[in-house]
Design a protein around this ligand. Structure first.
Ligand code: FMN
Length: 204
C-alpha cells in the first residue's frame, strides 16, 4: 500500500485502438479513491487525441474524466510519468504498487513485455510486476493476429500476466460505446480484486 493508504496501481496507455477502455478504467480507479501511476506512450498520446479528440490530451485528463464520468472521478489521485524515465518509482520492485494494467496494449508493447526488453517505463514496470509476482493485466488489441503476436500472448500468460484481449461481450445488451468500455473496465477491476458494478453480472 502507498504511504497515504491509497491503493496504488500503474496504468499504461499504449498505441492500440481502444482509448475509451483506458479512460473508463482510469476513471473507475479514481472513483475508488486509488492512486494511479499513469504512463502514456507516444502513440498512446496520439491515440487519445485520434479517438477522443483534443479534450483527452494527457495534460487535461482529469477535466476530461470529470466531464465524462462526473464528480466521483475527482476522488483519487494520479501522477503522469514519462515513458522515458526508467528511474520512476514503478521501475523498481521496492515501490508499493500492487498491480498494473496495460490498456490498450499494442502488439509492439506486448512483444516488449513478452521478451522482457524493458526499453521504456511501460515495459520495465510490467517486467517488475512479473518478477515480483504481482497482478499484470494486459488488454491486448489487434485483429487478425499473427503467429508471433499469439506466441507473445502465450509468453506473457506463462510469465504470470492475465491476458484480457479487448473483447467486450454482448450478452449484457450494450447500447453505446460506453457500455462496451464499461464491460472491459469492469473485467479489469474484477481482476484486481474490486467488487465492480460497471456491467450487470450474468444471472443465467
Ligand atoms: C490510431 C492508431 C491506432 C492503432 N491501433 C493499433 C492496434 O489496435 N493494435 C496495435 O498493435 N497497433 C496499433 N497501432 C500502431 C501502434 O500505435 C504502433 O505499433 C506503435 O509503435 C506502438 O507503440 P507503443 O506500444 O509504444 O504505443 C495504431 C496506431 C494508431 C496511430
Amino acid at each position: 500500500m502507498s504511504g497515504d493508504a491509497r491503493r496504488t496501481f500503474a496504468l499504461a496507455i499504449t498505441g492500440a485502438s481502444g482509448a475509451l477502455y483506458a479512460m473508463r478504467t482510469l476513471a473507475a480507479l479514481l472513483e475508488r479513491d486509488c492512486h494511479v501511476e499513469l504512463v502514456v506512450s507516444d502513440y498512446g498520446r496520439r491515440l487519445l487525441r485520434d479517438e477522443l479528440g483534443e479534450a483527452a490530451a494527457v495534460d487535461r485528463l482529469r477535466e476530461f474524466l470529470v466531464e465524462k464520468y462526473g464528480e466521483p472521478a475527482r476522488r483519487g489521485s494520479y501522477a503522469l510519468l514519462s515513458n522515458k524515465d526508467l528511474g520512476a518509482p514503478i521501475a523498481s520492485g521496492s515501490h508499493d504498487c500492487e498491480g498494473m494494467i496495460i490498456v490498450p496494449c499494442s502488439m509492439k508493447t506486448l512483444a516488449g513485455v513478452a521478451h522482457g526488453l524493458s526499453r521504456n517505463l511501460v515495459e520495465r514496470a510490467a517486467d517488475v510486476m512479473l518478477k515480483e509476482r504481482r497482478p499484470l493485466v494486459i488488454v491486448a488489441r489487434e485483429t487478425p493476429m499473427s503467429l508471433p503476436q499469439l506466441k507473445n500472448m502465450v509468453l506473457c500468460a506463462e510469465a504470470g500476466a492475465m491476458m484480457m484481449p479487448a473483447m467486450p461481450a454482448f450478452y449484457q445488451m450494450p447500447k453505446t460505446l460506453d457500455d462496451l468500455a464499461d464491460f472491459m473496465a469492469g473485467k479489469i477491476l474484477s481482476a484486481l480484486g474490486f467488487d465492480q458494478t460497471l456491467y450487470p453480472k450474468w444471472k443465467g
